[in-house]
Design a protein around this ligand. Sequence first.
Ligand SMILES: [Zn+2]
Length: 241
Amino acid sequence: MTEELAARDAYLRETTATVVAVTADGVVLDRTVFYARGGGQPGDTGVLEWEGGAATVTDTVKRDGAVVHHVVGEAPPVGTAVMARIDWERRHRLMRTHTALHVLSAVVWGDFGAKVTGGNMEPGEARMDFELEGISVEFGREVEARLNAALVAGHQVAVHFMPRSAALGDPDLIRTKVNLIPESVDPIRVIEIGTIDKQADGGTHVANTREVGPVRVVGTESKGKENKRMRIVQSEPTADS
Ligand SMILES: [Zn+2]
């Protein structure tokens, strides 16, 4: 098992750690700030540094409770003390993108009663699919306006750990399919955005929706009956954001 520091504090950029295993595809540490790919969020990239060496981390995945850092070049041997540092610029963009997606899902559910059927993100851009009969450019514009209004409202984004039994009885978490989380997971990590959204989630988020910045809806398309896709992109943060 790897202690996953980002689960409690998404703003940690680096940590000291010890190599506990080296596998064919990467390095396992006793603890890490790297986010392992999952829930539509890509794995972190960055660097491991140690006395006399360094390795670039190209991706991070989770396997049997262990976080595996995919490295290029020579891996540090077991027992080595390392500094594990993420590519913060990329990760922060992903945090903004991930929070934007949750607010998008809250707007489309709250104002139009449509559930999310899927989604995926890259730094600064994402797509989300909804259980909608139809979709239009005008609808996209309407959602874009409501999404940006919700973001600038400055909702706090909180991380909770809820006992599984309580999570399974929460209507918001039921709607977002908390029951599909493996039974061994207890407590369940929950991301709550002000009063507008609450869902079980493993990802990294900004602390306040204002930090997301402006978001544009750049595409609306049909992916089948009752399945409509929306694409969003983020503006780069300005000096005063
Ligand atoms: Zn999420």
